[in-house]
Write a protein that binds this ligand. Structure first.
Ligand code: G6Q
Length: 547
């Protein structure tokens, strides 16, 4: 436990003193004053390149930010995580998603047990099962190869596999169509079932607890649908489970031989590296799944070994902390300039906001600063034609993370130049802006009258000075994707250490679940109406009247 609040730390106080002046800095000036700003504020690791030079920081700010990371104990907490200490204090659990991607040679003993053996035994089973399904030797109950995989899961048991399968669509098996059903909304299941054939569909029920309402309801619906077309004996060819709960799997009717286990030290939002990644391994094959793990492991090694001042996750975290704390930025926009990373912003939303959307410290005291910003975004260039207006000229300053691959996996070179040009132009525009003077010059050159010019100047001026990071990789491939995800995991971890929150629980999702159970019982008539507030009572009455 950290004994002193964040605002009492020496580095924080030094940063706080520097901040009023820093708020006046202009990025244009910082670049003009230092020709080496780009090489000085970029870092390479695990196949990724980070340019953080377009942030309102200078060498002194960085030094203090790194000092703050050291003062808050980032290194010790990082090492404790990797060692398998129970750093998730409110659930009394270790946090070992990093062990899932470590090579077998890096044995890790936790509570007297070599967990590396367990991890690799499951990986072997994943390899043999996915090889069979992909080769067409795992047959459906009428003897046909599998053509469709339906992953039934929600939250961490959905977002990671879905995002990764989309991101690696270039590597996907041509015979296997991937479907993801998460929502309790029956339209989600209905849409998937309307596209698949029970003879050739494999359902993966992915749930760490195997008690999650949405997943259990969806799994039961899928099972009932399947049994309309086949007998109970056929279930074993079409239903597999990924879980930590073997009893619940048996009770559901899935053969434990078809269960891929993982462990309580894998948090839901970090579980794509575990057997929850089965849909990924089925889609891209075990070899590429291993590459995904290897990329993440390379980032883990960098995070463990690089000095803080050259440590990519630490730098990304500390610059983000500076923007949040001292520039007052309440949100962070993620802009992948890669269509296949379409779901990456949604994935990061959970990773960051579920981890650090907290208001008390690990010791239960209020955090004395704002914590996690709202994380959101969409692919470039699409976002440019929608919400970028606000990012350029709105009243809030929203930092942006641009993410792009230098080489495409398609042959349309002109598209790729246009894409990268837009990506770099946006970060330049956010940094430079356009002054009144520049606007006037432009309008004058267009031949507008003095009055017209003055009327338009305020509308056409861009304040600029808006921070961004740019993350580049050569190609988006399993390895670089693994490194990218791990980069953001560790960034989130570091910020959690700075705020001294427990980044690994998620109690905030519980209250609504409990209330929903009562209201569902009222809606279905199995419980007498409770006295809610007039709004909730009114809404319940409307739903009942509509039945
Ligand atoms: C993630 C959360 C949450 C979880 C889902 C699904 O960190 O714990 O998103 O993954 O609630 O839980 P199950 O896998 O247990 O169904």
């Amino acid at each position: 436990m950290l004994n002193s609040p964040l605002t009492a730390s020496a580095s924080y106080q030094a940063l706080d003193q520097l901040a009023p002046a820093a708020r006046q800095w202009q990025l244009r000036d910082l670049f003009a004053a230092d020709a080496n700003r780009f090489p000085g504020m970029t870092v390479d690791a695990a196949g990724l390149f980070l340019d953080y030079s377009k942030n309102r920081i200078d060498a002194r700010t960085l030094e203090l930010l790194i000092g703050l990371a050291r003062e808050r104990g980032v290194e010790a907490r990082r090492d404790a995580m990797f060692r398998g200490e129970r750093i998730n204090l409110t659930e009394n659990r270790a946090v070992l998603h990093t062990a899932l991607r470590a090579p077998r040679s890096e044995a890790l003993v936790v509570d007297g047990k070599n967990i590396s053996d367990d991890i690799h035994a499951v990986l072997e089973r994943m390899r043999s099962f996915t090889d069979d399904v992909r080769a067409g030797t795992w047959l459906g109950h009428t003897g046909k190869p599998i053509t469709d995989i339906v992953n039934i899961g929600i939250g961490g048991s959905d977002l990671g596999p879905k995002m990764v399968c989309l991101a690696l669509r270039q590597y996907a098996h041509p015979r296997l169509a991937m479907h993801f059903v998460s929502n309790v909304d029956g339209h989600d299941m209905d849409a998937a079932l309307s596209r698949v054939n029970p003879e050739t569909t494999l359902f993966i029920v992915a749930s760490k607890t195997f008690t999650t309402t949405e997943t259990m309801m969806n799994a039961q619906t899928a099972r009932a649908w399947f049994l309309q077309h086949a007998s109970e004996d056929a279930l074993a060819r079409h239903f597999v489970a990924v879980s930590t709960n073997v009893d619940a799997i048996k009770a559901f009717g899935i053969d434990p031989a078809n269960m891929f286990p993982f462990w309580d030290w894998v948090g839901g939002r970090y579980s794509v590296w575990s057997a929850i990644g089965l849909s990924v391994a089925l889609s891209v094959g075990y070899g590429y799944f291993s590459d995904l793990l290897a990329g993440a492991h390379a980032m883990d090694t960098h995070f463990k070994e690089a000095p803080l001042a050259q440590n990519m996750p630490v730098l990304l975290a500390m610059v983000g902390f500076w923007n949040r704390q001292f520039l007052g930025c309440g949100s962070l926009s993620i802009a992948p300039y890669h269509q296949d990373l379409n779901r990456f912003p949604a994935y990061l939303q959970q990773l960051d906001m579920e981890s650090n959307g907290k208001r008390v410290t690990r010791g239960g005291e209020p955090v004395d600063t704002p914590t996690c910003p709202v994380v959101w975004g969409d692919c470039g260039t699409n976002g440019q034609h929608a919400y970028f207006q606000l990012l350029h000229q709105g009243t809030d300053i929203t930092p942006i993370d641009f993410i792009a691959a230098l080489r495409p996996a398609h042959e349309y070179a002109n598209h790729h130049s246009a894409l990268l040009a837009n990506c770099f132009a946006q970060s330049e525009a956010f940094m430079r802006g356009k002054t009144e003077y520049e606007v006037r010059q432009d309008l004058r050159a267009q031949g507008l009258s003095g009055d017209e010019i003055e009327r338009l100047v305020p509308h056409k001026t861009f304040p600029g000075n808006r921070p961004s990071n740019t993350i580049l990789m050569e190609y988006l491939n399993p390895y670089t994707l693994g490194a990218l995800i791990a980069l953001y995991e560790h960034k989130t971890f570091v910020q959690g250490v700075i705020w001294d929150v427990n980044s690994f629980d998620q109690w905030g999702v519980e209250l609504g679940k409990v209330l929903a159970k009562q209201i569902e019982a009222e809606l279905t008539g199995t419980a007498r109406p409770e006295q809610h507030d007039s709004s909730t009572n009114g809404l319940i009455q409307m739903a009942k009247a509509a039945v």
